[in-house]
Design a binder for this molecule. Structure first.
Ligand SMILES: [Mg+2]
Length: 423
C-alpha cells in the first residue's frame, strides 16, 4: 500500500511550535511580498528560492522574525494589506479561507491572530519531517513542502497498516510537534484523496472493501488533477462525483489522453512509483515590489538577486546553462529575455549576465516595475552539455574566487560580501 502524509495547516502549526500560546486559537498566516533582501543594511538573512514543486532547500538556518504582528501588514497610509495563505481550524470555523484578504478576514473574525510567514522555519521543519520519515519507511518521496508519499509494500502487512499509520502520526507529533494526517490506499492518488478526508490529525485506510463506498460519493473537484476547466467539462455531461466518472469510461476516453488517464487514476487502475530522489531542474528568485520606476534602484536589485542565486547555485553544485529574466510592469505588461550559455559558472560573469538580461528585457522603460525574477535551468549535470573551453584557464581563476567567496558566505551569511554596485 501507498501512504500520503500531509501536515495539517502547516504554516500555522509551525508558528505554534515557536509560540505555543497560539495553540487552540484562531490563527492565520498572512502572505505579503518579501522585499527585505533589498534593504541596504541587510544582514544575516536567509532567502527563499522559488520552489519548483518538490525540492526543499535544506541549507537555511531558521531564524526568528520580530515583525510578525498586524503592524507589519499595515502600510504607511494605515491600510491593512496582504492575503491569507493558511489558517487554523479554529479560524476556519469563522469562515476564514485561504486567499482571503486580511481585511476581509478581520471583519469575519476580529480576534484573528495574523502572523507573517517564516519560510526558513518551514523549510527546516519540512526537512526534519523528511529525515524522520526516512527512518520509519524505506521509500519516501517528498511531494511538496508539507506533503510526502511512502510505499509500505513489503514493509508493513496490509492488515497492520491502520495501526501503523495511526502510530506514525502520533510519533511525528511527539518527535516534531507537527500534526499530520495520513491516508493509505492501493495507489498514491487514492491515498492523497484519503488524507483529505482524514483531516485534521487523522488517518484513513482505503482498501478493496471500502473503496466504492469511499470514492463514489466524492465531488469531482476534490480529486487532485481535476481543475476548474475539467470540472466544468464534466459537469456539462452530468458527471458530478467520482462515482459518475467511474461509470463513464467511454466518455472520458473520448476526450483524449489526459481524461483517459484521469479515469484510470480515479478507478485505481494505474499508479506512479514513489520516487525517492529529486533532482532539481531549475532555481530562481522572484520578488514582487511596490511599483518602482527608478532604473538605478532596479539594477541594484538585479545585482542582489544575482548574488543570492549564486549562493544557491554553488550550494546545489550545478552549472546552469539557460538563464531567464522576467519583468512584470504595472498595467499588466510583461517582458522577458532568455540566454543560453554553456560556460564555467562564476559570480562575476553571472552578475554581468543578469544585468545584461535586465537591460535587454526592460522594453517598457516608461512603466513602473512590480516584479523581477531570474531563473536558471538546464544544469549541465543533467544535460551533459560540454562546457566551452575558450578562456577556460582565466575562468578557472574566477571560479576559484567564486568558490572562496562561497566559503565566507556559508560561514558568515549571504550578506557578508556584497557587490560595490549594490551599495
Ligand atoms: Mg498541508
Amino acid at each position: 500500500m501507498k501512504i500520503h502524509i500531509d501536515i495539517d495547516c502547516f504554516f500555522v502549526s509551525a508558528s505554534r511550535i515557536v509560540e505555543p500560546s497560539l495553540e487552540h486559537k484562531a490563527v492565520a498566516i498572512g502572505g505579503r511580498s518579501d522585499t527585505k533582501i533589498f534593504n541596504k543594511d541587510a544582514k544575516n538573512q536567509t532567502v527563499n528560492f522559488e520552489n519548483s514543486g518538490s525540492f526543499v532547500p535544506t541549507f537555511y538556518k531558521a531564524y526568528e522574525k520580530k515583525d510578525d504582528d498586524i503592524a507589519s501588514f499595515t502600510d504607511a497610509n494605515g491600510r491593512i494589506r496582504g492575503i491569507l495563505t493558511t489558517s487554523s481550524y479554529e479560524a476556519r470555523s469563522f469562515g476564514i479561507k485561504t486567499a482571503m484578504t486580511i481585511r476581509e478576514a478581520l471583519q469575519l473574525c476580529p480576534h484573528l491572530i495574523i502572523k507573517a510567514p517564516n519560510m526558513s522555519l518551514y523549510q527546516k521543519l519540512s526537512h526534519e519531517l523528511h529525515e524522520f520519515l526516512c527512518t520509519k519507511i524505506p521509500l519516501v518521496e517528498q511531494a511538496s513542502i508539507d506533503e510526502f508519499y511512502g510505499d509500505l509494500s513489503g514493509w508493513v502487512e496490509d492488515k497492520d497498516i491502520p495501526a501503523f499509520i495511526d502510530a506514525l502520526r502520533h510519533e511525528i507529533l511527539h518527535a516534531l510537534k507537527l500534526p499530520v494526517s495520513i491516508g493509505a490506499a492501493p495507489t498514491r492518488y487514492i491515498a492523497k484523496l484519503a488524507t483529505t478526508y482524514a483531516k485534521p490529525f487523522g488517518s484513513k485506510v482505503i482498501d478493496k472493501y471500502n473503496f466504492d463506498a469511499f470514492v463514489n460519493p466524492i465531488a469531482v473537484g476534490n480529486f487532485a488533477g481535476i481543475g476548474k476547466s475539467m470540472k466544468q467539462k464534466l459537469s456539462a455531461v452530468q458527471i458530478h462525483t467520482l462515482g459518475d466518472i467511474r461509470k463513464r469510461r467511454g466518455t472520458l476516453e473520448s476526450w483524449g489522453p489526459y481524461a483517459k488517464d484521469l479515469y484510470k487514476r480515479v478507478n485505481s487502475e494505474i499508479d506512479a512509483p514513489i520516487k525517492t530522489t529529486h533532482r532539481r531542474k531549475s532555481i530562481g528568485i522572484s520578488r514582487t515590489m511596490d511599483p518602482l520606476y527608478d532604473r538605478v534602484e532596479l539594477k541594484r536589485r538585479v545585482h542582489i538577486i544575482a548574488r543570492h542565486l549564486v549562493y544557491a547555485i554553488l550550494k546545489l553544485d550545478v552549472i546552469p546553462t539557460v538563464f531567464h529574466l522576467g519583468i512584470r510592469y504595472e498595467m499588466n505588461q510583461r517582458s522577458h529575455k532568455n540566454i543560453s550559455m554553456a560556460e564555467l559558472f562564476t559570480e562575476k560573469k553571472f552578475d554581468s549576465l543578469c544585468l545584461r538580461l535586465f537591460n535587454e528585457a526592460d522594453s517598457q522603460k516608461r512603466l513602473k516595475v512590480i516584479n523581477l525574477s531570474i531563473n536558471c535551468s538546464s544544469f549541465t549535470r543533467d544535460s551533459k552539455k560540454e562546457l566551452s573551453l575558450i578562456g577556460f584557464e582565466d575562468e578557472k581563476k574566477m571560479r576559484e574566487l567564486t568558490e572562496q567567496t562561497q566559503v565566507l558566505r556559508e560561514r558568515y551569511g549571504i550578506d557578508t560580501l556584497k557587490w560595490g554596485s549594490e551599495m
